[in-house]
Write a protein that binds this ligand. Sequence first.
Ligand SMILES: C[S@@+](CC[C@H](N)C(=O)[O-])C[C@H]1O[C@@H](n2cnc3c(N)ncnc32)[C@H](O)[C@@H]1O
Ligand code: SF4
Length: 455
Amino acid sequence: MNQNEIQSKKDLINKYDIPAPRYTSYPTVPYWTDNPTTEDWIASLNRTLEDSKTSLSAYFHIPFCETLCTFCGCNTSITKNHALVESPYLDALEKEINYYLSSVPHLKSSPVNEVHLGGGTPTYFSDENMERFLSMIHKLLHLDQDANLSIEVDPRRTRISQLEILYKYGFKRISLGVQDFDEEVQRLVNRIQPFEVTKKITESSRQIGFDSVNFDLIYGLPRQNLASMKKSIDLTISLRPDRIAFYSYAHVPWIKSSQRLFTEDDLPKANEKRELYEEGRKLLEANGYREIGMDHFALENDGLWKALENGKLHRNFMGYTEKYSDILLGFGTSAISESPDCFHQNEKLEIKYRKLISDGAIPTLRGHKLNEKDRYRKKLILEFMTTWKVFMPEDLREDAKEYLSDMEEDGLVEWDENILRITELGKPFLRIACTVFDEKYRASKPSKNLFSKAL
Ligand SMILES: C[S@@+](CC[C@H](N)C(=O)[O-])C[C@H]1O[C@@H](n2cnc3c(N)ncnc32)[C@H](O)[C@@H]1O
Ligand code: SF4
């Protein structure tokens, strides 16, 4: 690449490295305005479930971690005192499910097609409590015969006996938190996880019978460079995970103060970060992985690849999923639920969450009632996020052509008659292109501290 090309690439990156939502919902959480009461939320579920064809999925949030990784943007509660938190939290989850079952009668008979356990660290539980948790899910929810059951696993905080329990209860997919194999990066983010640990858990999971293993990797962490990224990706490829979430590091120190524990000078600059992503993408694609959506790669045998091929890829608060669901029910601290006309989030603080539950309430923190316009735009964003293209309806066409003219000129999007498509060059900027539909974002000119940057 000559000097002019390098400069124009840098200009492009600076131009589009702006804060933007990741669109796991629309409207995005900072723009939720029309708060539902708990009664509104329950009424929405009852209304939706009157149709017997309604599809349903469930998410359980387990906030506990033994130690804090300083980059982490998740809702966590750090404690090594397992005895203090495990049983009370499971008691609360059980009450929460039962509350829903008593206020939403159709729930008992509505088949759940996906269950995901996330966190925090769902593998934090002892074997005994994991058994209690999984049998509770099976007993209280009506799981579809072909339901996809998946869990986020911290390789440092699991063991063979626990993986066997998960498998016994029908879990076939696991997602391992890896982030980066480089020792210095691991030290800086307070997460020492030798390659051998990840290797052992990956191989044991396959021996036990799990049929999809995902790795979470992050680019943009402190002191990552091209050489270390190449090494981490090569090590990843040597273990051949079926899918890879290759996340852009979300730097949000105004929300997560632990991200101030490393110095910002250690973070790769925007153009360096982009090069890390490109290096990763190049190596993954050369080894049989396909970029199936924002931040996600999969091998051909994997369900996400197939879902993209069959036009079945879906996206919700859990990220990309293979099965469409009308309702996502989120249980546990900070969990977000959605129905076709409502979003609902649980209280984030564990103590407050448990108190609300013990008072016999749904632990509502906030939510949003979607109007017709919201639903229209949500559908378009979902189409764009899950297919890399979208049919632009006539009423939005003129505005979209003008709004995206710069991106078009820079070769990031292209028009094929009335279909808007992201180009190969534009793939890392998908979320910026999606803002075309986000009238709330566009109207508010978001301050710099609302979303992480696109790159
Ligand atoms: C709940 S954790 C995964 C399970 C387990 N706690 C672990 O760390 O192994 C979810 C994932 O979110 C990603 N993540 C967390 N904070 C992030 C951030 N600031 N930017 C990008 N990705 C982040 C990490 O890749 C992490 O594996
Ligand atoms: S990355 Fe995982 S283990 Fe680390 S603090 Fe976040 S949730 Fe906990």
